[in-house]
Design a protein around this ligand. Structure first.
Ligand SMILES: [Zn+2]
Length: 183
């Protein structure tokens, strides 16, 4: 189990759609171990494989902030199959440290995926879990939260990041800042 270095935006791997996992191998097992170690080392709610430079459709999430480690989701090839409602959530991202942005998300999502031994599972989530699922699946599709805000805001933050680097000093959220980065 090795905590890996988080790749920062705008690294190309973060804007490249990841490949589906077709076989559970020892590499996938150790990928999950590293993702989990990285998630806890970085105090994130989740981490997606592209964030540690691996272009595979694998994510881990632990959205239980009070009881960390009790319910770790390890998902391969996750797909959103149903959605409900809408929510604006102030999101942080480990790959864009310091920035918190209000992102419009589905209030509730249903996801179908494979677990770490290749069984099909269904996960439903709202609030933090629901938003984390959408945030991490976005990473698998080559999207970051900046791709979910207006072109004007995106250009502004890109420019600031290019000029001043990380951490981004000013939060972009109009809501109360939450320190927890999603992943
Ligand atoms: Zn992220």
């Amino acid at each position: 189990m090795t905590a890996r270095e988080i790749v920062r935006y705008p690294a190309p791997v973060l804007s490249t759609p990841a490949e589906a996992v077709s076989e559970i191998t020892a590499e996938i097992e150790s990928l999950f171990d590293d993702l989990i170690a990285t998630m806890y080392a970085e105090n994130g709610v989740g981490v997606a494989a592209p964030q540690i430079g691996v272009g595979l459709r694998a994510i881990v999430i632990d959205a239980d902030i009070e009881n960390r480690g009790e319910r770790i989701l390890k998902l391969l090839n996750p797909e959103i199959v149903a959605t409900e409602g809408e929510v604006i959530w102030p999101e942080g991202c480990l790959s864009i440290p310091g920035l918190v942005l209000d992102v419009k998300r589905h209030a509730h999502v249903e996801v179908v995926a494979l677990d770490e031994i290749g069984r099909e599972i269904r996960v439903e989530g709202s609030s933090l879990l629901g938003v984390a699922l959408q945030h991490e699946i976005d990473h698998l599709d080559g999207k970051v939260m900046l791709d979910r805000v207006s072109a004007i805001k995106r250009a502004m933050w890109r420019k600031k990041i290019a000029k001043h680097g990380y951490p981004v000093e000013m939060a972009g959220s109009e809501k109360e800042e939450r320190k927890q980065a999603l992943g």
